[in-house]
Design a binder for this molecule. Sequence first.
Ligand code: BTN
Length: 245
Amino acid sequence: MRTKVFGRQLIELARVESTNTIAAEMITAGHLDHGAVVLAHEQTAGRGQRGRTWHSAPGLDLTFSIVLRPETLRAEDQFMLVRCAALAVYDVVATYLPDVRIKWPNDILVGRRKVAGILIRTEVLGDMVRSAIIGIGLNVNSSGFEEGLVATSLCMELGRTLDRNTLLEELCLRFEHQWGRNNTDVAGAYAERLWARGRWADVALDGAPAVVRPMDVDASGRLIVEHEDGSVQAYGLERLRFAPR
Ligand code: BTN
């Protein structure tokens, strides 16, 4: 690895339930340093957002977790983890493909299709984040997604397979770069790359269909949107969802 910190400790596993779960166990056991990466070639119970399952093709995609044991990350600033992870994945995918966006809060899209997902778990003590596990699933060489899943892979988009080790190193390098930047720059870069930013988009707001214009994301990670009457409001995921398309 050409990184200084992230991925220098690399735990490579053939088959696990979920790299996020095993990383949590290994943190508890005191086995993982700040910057460690836990990579699995196959996940038997990969976890996605909102209790969903994350499917990836054994040996073809990337499923890994980056472990952080930050010393100065305040709990109220933990959305920085989402921003840095989403930007890292964005940066790597965008070196291969055009039309990459970050769909708030942490899906990476190519066109309208999801190519990567991120699942973050933090352990907070008092006001501070003691540890964080950033789970990243990137569809690399798989193809033939279930009907109804608006998904794609780098291989499907590019028409050729990619080396997963190279991509893992690029992801660690990009994450390290983002993590080392100042918060304002990271927040600005994240906002600029938001899918549907400045455009009217169909959403579900408190369960009802609505049309809003995403503008930015606030420090706590809520999406700031403009309503058709010109009012501006910030919403968390518990209230606002992009309509499935
Ligand atoms: C999503 O639903 O979009 C988030 C998917 C996150 C998947 C990754 S794969 C590596 C890590 N381990 C898991 O069980 N989930 C995350």
